[in-house]
Design a protein around this ligand. Structure first.
Ligand code: NAG
Ligand code: NAG
Ligand code: NAG
Length: 362
């Protein structure tokens, strides 16, 4: 029963925080002729709530947000299931790549041929590289997401034929954003991975990440961008849980992100273009540095508040707790880095993506 309590407690915290993105190819303001040479046909996204545009709406899970005030700044004030007030990083990247303005969820929506041809997100809020992280909250594991990708490829073949489908799969951009919930929820909040010490748990998570990359490559992906973990200790929910009365950043949690990121980056460099994954072009995307800078220097980014969320009191509201009945949003979300205690505002995501695109290119 103790474990049940821990699980329901973790439900409130769940969901990731990272944020990400990555890219390559086409310079942002390149002339059309140069841009079209390298513009990928589609964007495919795997991961957690940072890049879930509503897949969880189709699941029986509490990790969802298809109700106001989520989506209040989305066209039509539509609470699509995106974990923010507006667009999320997968949308912003699709837009900057010149593909489309919104990257739809694969599950639960009526997808047109155009939607399928230009890419979708398979991401599921609350998942991690560790399959247990998703299982604890009844969302899609990374392997479940790959199964959906397999199903997707069959649909693509029916639309364009096997040859073109193969080209689309091989030349598109892939973005993977998860891992935050492995640390923040599964390791630090529930008792289920206490048989690992932190160092060995991180090694395990990186092995899971490496296996995922290899499987994704096995499905035909080549241009794969993998985001690292954000400064988990400075996320509002973790400040509330473990930051003391002052709600300071939690050094142990940030240190865990740093260690995870170093190991993940090393593994990605090892796999990149290796004999094991010939022709692969992998990128490690550092979210930690730009996000920490935004948290520590709000004024430089036009923010007033970076230590609590815009929704409600901003110290504990996330998903079910951030709802129109009990939690009013702040007056101007663009002055807040965080929308709820785990996820950025649309403005936060835009500025984060801007920095990432500047650093890694599109
Ligand atoms: C780029 O676009 C131009 C004009 O639409 C087209 O003629 C050209 O073939 C395209 N280049 C590539 C590499 O797709
Ligand atoms: C709201 O979003 C859902 C899911 O993306 C979509 O199916 C629906 O058409 C949208 N409604 C409006 C009014 O835009
Ligand atoms: C992967 O290799 C490409 C060259 O094929 C290189 O441009 C890129 O920086 C490498 N990525 C990493 C993470 O080292």
């Amino acid at each position: 029963m103790a474990s049940k309590r821990a699980v329901s407690r973790s439900l409130l915290l769940v969901i990731a925080t990272a944020v990400l993105v990555r890219p390559f190819c086409c310079a942002v303001d390149a002339p059309t002729s140069a841009a079209n040479q390298t513009r990928p046909p589609a964007l495919f996204v795997f991961g957690d709530s940072i890049v879930d545009p509503g897949n969880n709406n189709a699941l029986t899970t509490l990790i969802r947000c298809n109700f106001p005030p989520y989506g209040q700044d989305f066209p039509g004030h539509n609470a699509t299931g995106r974990f923010s007030n507006g667009r999320v990083p997968s949308d912003i990247l699709a837009s900057r790549l010149g593909i489309k303005e919104y990257l739809p969820a694969y599950l639960g929506t009526q997808l047109s041929d155009f939607d399928l041809l230009t890419g979708v997100s398979f991401a599921s809020g609350g998942c991690g590289f560790d399959p247990l992280t998703a299982e604890l909250v009844s969302v899609l594991t990374m392997d479940n997401q790959l199964d959906l990708f397999k199903e997707y490829k069959e649909k693509l073949k029916r639309i364009t034929g096997a040859r073109r489908a193969g080209e689309i799969v091989a030349t598109s951009v892939y973005m993977v954003v998860t891992g935050t919930d492995d640390l923040a929820n599964t390791y630090f909040t529930t008792p289920f991975r206490r048989d690992y010490d932190l160092e060995s748990y991180i090694e395990f998570v990186v092995r899971c990440a490496s296996d995922f990359i290899k499987k994704l490559y096995g499905h035909g992906a080549r241009r794969i961008n993998v985001a690292g973990a954000p400064p988990i200790g400075c996320v509002p929910s973790q400040r509330t849980n473990a930051g003391g009365l002052e709600r300071d950043c939690v050094p142990l949690y940030n240190q865990a992100s740093v260690v995870l990121n170093a190991a993940l980056e090393k593994e990605i460099k090892r796999l990149n273009g290796s004999a094991e994954l010939p022709g692969s072009v992998l990128k490690y995307i550092d979210l930690y540095t730009p996000l920490l800078d935004m948290i520590q220097r709000p004024g430089a980014y036009g923010f007033d508040v970076t230590n609590r969320g815009c929704c409600g009191t901003g110290v504990f509201e996330v998903t079910m707790m951030c709802n129109r009945y009990t939690a009013h949003p702040c007056r101007d979300p663009s002055k807040f880095l965080f929308w709820d205690t785990y996820h950025l505002t649309e403005r936060g995501y835009e500025l984060l993506m801007e920095q990432i695109i500047n650093r890694y290119g599109l």
